[in-house]
Write a protein of this length. Structure first.
Length: 325
């Protein structure tokens, strides 16, 4: 039996969404130790899985690997469509578990497009592979089409920068009781609309913030500067998305971000991907106060939800194998 476990990821935004620049997208984000997705797989003569999403990925995985089947079980799952990368982490965990159960190489990066993953951002694939804070190269803008490319007709963007996140850093993750973020065809349509009218000047501001503040901060163990930098990148991305999500942040994220950033224990806050997940950057010593600030923000907004603290994950998914009992 093979077991694959990996944590969630936060997505801080893209470097460019304008067709006026040479490269499009270019995601940046960070791997978390928790919450996690954990998948078990055993070799079998057919696909057996009682989780509908995992079953779909298991069937594609067996086709990609050229094997008859697998018995797949999801032991732990991430909440779906909230901005934590549940789809990519589940798809890749299933692929890796099925491959390990059959003693085959998973070739995660190469096979991700056939699982419908890594089409725009490579952050989820990259954090699955090696954890840390990652920045990907995006795609040549000339490849942009209004119609979604057929499954597998893309390459996962290469990593252009990766850094271990200092062990003392923490991320407060807030999951407000709100509608799920966009995914699938709705997400594709929204992204096309955003790209076709995106202001290229915003990309220049994002690049400057990433190169002059965020990257030096994570390399130099400066959580205050890092938090304010990724929060600024999130706000700049929100200017691109404003027409699609009802503002710089989707409701009720804006209220939560403002309230959390008023706390000296939160160095920067923002929306992960399409939300509604909200993150706050803090440290181990300030984590309790940061949680209190996040809980107070939920109360002030009149919204229920869950608040948790996550450590950074500086390694990829764990893949273990054991004999049958």
């Amino acid at each position: 039996m093979a077991r694959v476990t990996v944590g969630a990821r936060l997505h801080f935004g893209f470097q460019n969404l304008s067709l006026a620049r040479e490269r499009l997208y270019g995601g940046l984000g960070v791997a978390l130790e928790s919450p996690t997705v954990s998948v078990e797989a055993r070799s079998a003569d057919e696909v057996r899985c009682d989780d509908p999403r995992a079953d779909r990925y298991a069937r594609r995985a067996t086709d990609l690997l050229g094997i008859a089947g697998a018995d797949v079980r999801v032991r732990d799952a991430l909440p779906g469509h909230v901005g934590l990368g549940s789809g990519t982490q589940l798809a890749l965990a299933v692929l890796a578990a099925v491959a390990r159960a059959h003693d085959r190489p998973a070739n995660v990066r190469e096979n991700a497009p056939a699982l419908d993953r890594g089409g725009r951002s490579g952050v989820g694939v990259s954090t699955f592979e090696g954890g840390g804070f990652v920045v990907d190269a995006g795609h040549p803008t000339e490849r942009f089409t209004t119609a979604r490319p057929a499954r597998g007709e893309w390459l996962v963007p290469p990593v252009v920068a990766r850094h271990d996140v200092p062990d003392d850093w923490r991320f407060v993750v807030v999951l407000p009781d709100a509608e799920s973020g966009r995914s699938g065809d709705d997400e594709d349509a929204s992204m096309r609309s955003v790209v076709e009218r995106a202001d290229p000047a915003i990309a220049d501001e994002v690049s400057a913030t990433l190169l002059r503040r965020a990257l030096p901060a994570v390399a130099g163990d400066d959580p205050e500067t890092f938090g304010s930098a990724v929060a600024e990148i999130g706000r700049l991305n929100g200017a691109w998305y404003a027409d699609e999500q009802g503002g710089v942040y989707r409701p009720p994220v804006g209220e939560l971000v403002t309230a959390m950033e008023a706390s000296p224990s939160v160095f920067g806050a923002g929306q992960s991907s399409w939300g509604p997940a909200v993150y706050g950057v803090t440290t181990r010593g300030r984590a309790d106060a940061a949680v209190e600030a996040a809980e107070a923000a939920l109360d002030a907004a009149g919204v229920g939800g869950d608040v948790r603290v996550a450590r950074p994950r500086n390694r990829g998914a764990s893949v273990n194998c054991k004999t049958r009992d």
